[in-house]
Design a protein around this ligand. Structure first.
Ligand code: CTP
Length: 425
């Protein structure tokens, strides 16, 4: 739930672009105002076809800015000043067109100019037809923007105005408010620029880092369990979420050892990376990295390996397919959670489930003895494995927090903030 204390007194510049979801902005403005947030709005020409400037003005109780060339607007507040007289710029709905213009650095209307000129963090709530969202051009634009530090909330899955089904619905106003509140909660720790150091404000490096002096172990990626010298058992994990967490923790000042199975990802900056292949190697590398204050086990560890591994390639000998006898792998999360004196103060596991996500994950938390579980749905049809987004529930002693669908970098930044908060207590 959004925290009134965090939001009260904050200034948001809301950019409303032209999409059917623009009507939800009126509710968003109302709810922000109720929480003590002052809102100025920029309405694009297309946005003004969906909501009227008058409604926006009435709800914000502020001038609505529409025109780059308006002398009235400019004399009241120049566009550079407008772009900076806010604590956060929120783009909702963020259309495919506006995301493309942001990614290209264009300044062809007031909204794009303000977004180019701002030195403030930007949160986008994409909303568009599912095909437009999934189009490689939009995905590439979004990825580029997130790498530059732009925050994102949604889009959600659902039936769209155009009667198609899939991701593309704008996040609901309360989800956007939760994301805004999460940003301001994290702001104390400068984590809103988690995605790209080069995009961080000049002051970010000078700010004290909340996890300075803490040691963290993060596991990531799949493990490969050999069958013979040429074959192995693997899974679909890309390592994106684990790597993003390692990077986010390092950006908050932690000394991070990332123990990773085979992935196609670059090493995250500022981390010590230990490359392993099997579960047993992963466990050994984690134990070698102890003592640590924090362990986050995001790897998709193979539960079983082949017993009686052959050191020669298995051949077709006419006797039918071989039977592979399996034996259980060590559980790294459970081992770290039960490491006695060497146990990290905070152990976080992931739960990949395909149904009854929260119930299974809650049971998993108890069974493994970890402190927190980040639960996600990896059913067929979701794109959690390998995809760019994640929809997670954070399960802690005090209860369950369900987060809106976010990019894996944003999930990592929010988790790193929660970890920093836990060590602030
Ligand atoms: N994990 C681990 N070592 C293993 C298996 C899992 O460290 N041998 C960790 C994962 O990194 C994750 C958590 O345990 O943090 C849960 O993983 P998951 O695959 O969801 O659960 P399993 O232990 O495989 O349980 P189940 O098969 O019952 O779902």
């Amino acid at each position: 739930m959004a925290d009134h204390a965090i939001l009260s007194g904050k200034r948001v510049l809301l950019v409303i672009a032209g999409g059917i979801a623009a009507y939800k902005c009126l509710d968003l403005i109302r709810r922000l105002r109720e929480r003590g947030v002052s809102v100025r709005a920029v309405l694009t020409a297309a946005g003004a076809r969906f909501v009227t400037p008058l409604s926006v003005q009435a709800l914000t109780e502020n001038t609505v800015y529409q025109d780059l060339w308006s002398l009235t607007d400019e004399s009241e507040m120049g566009h550079i000043q407008l772009s900076r007289a806010a604590d956060l710029v929120v783009v909702a709905p963020a259309t495919a067109d506006l995301l493309a213009r942001m990614a290209a650095g264009m300044a062809d209307d007031l909204a794009a100019t303000v977004l180019l000129a701002t030195d403030k963090p930007v949160l986008v709530a994409p909303a568009m037809n599912v095909r437009m969202w999934l189009h490689p051009a939009t995905q590439a634009n979004m990825e580029l923007l997130e790498r530059r530090g732009v925050l994102r909330v949604g889009p959600n899955d659902g039936v769209m105005a155009c009667n198609e089904f899939g991701p593309g619905r704008m996040a609901e106003p309360m989800e956007i408010i939760d994301a805004i509140a999460a940003h301001f909660a994290a702001d104390k720790s400068t984590a809103h620029f988690a995605a790209d150091k080069s995009a961080a404000p000049a002051t970010a490096d000078a700010a004290p880092k909340p996890l300075a002096g803490k040691r963290a172990i993060v596991t990531s990626g799949p493990t490969h369990e050999p069958i013979d010298p040429v074959r192995y058992i693997a899974n679909r994990s890309s390592g994106k979420q684990g790597h993003a967490i390692a990077k986010a923790l390092a950006q908050l000042g932690a000394a991070v050892t990332l123990v990773s199975g085979p992935t196609r990802l670059a090493d995250p900056p500022g981390c010590t990376v230990v490359a392993i292949e099997t579960a047993r190697e992963m466990l050994a590398a984690c134990e070698a990295a102890l003592p640590a204050d924090i362990a986050v086990c995001a790897a998709a560890v193979a539960d079983w390996r082949v017993a009686g591994l052959s050191d020669r390639k298995l051949k077709k000998d006419g006797g039918g397919p071989p039977t592979l006898a399996l034996t259980e792998n060590p559980d790294i999360l459970a081992t770290l959670s039960q490491a006695g004196e060497r146990r990290p103060a905070l152990v976080v596991g992931f739960a990949a489930e395909t149904g009854d996500v929260i119930a299974y994950a809650t049971a998993k938390r108890a069974r493994k003895g970890c402190d927190w579980i980040v639960a996600n749905d990896v059913s067929l049809g979701t794109t959690t494995f390998g995809g760019a987004d994640n929809t997670v529930h954070l399960i802690r002693e005090g209860g369950v927090e369900s987060w809106p669908t976010m990019g894996k970098d944003a999930v990592a930044a929010r988790l790193a903030d929660a970890i920093a908060e836990r060590f602030r207590e």
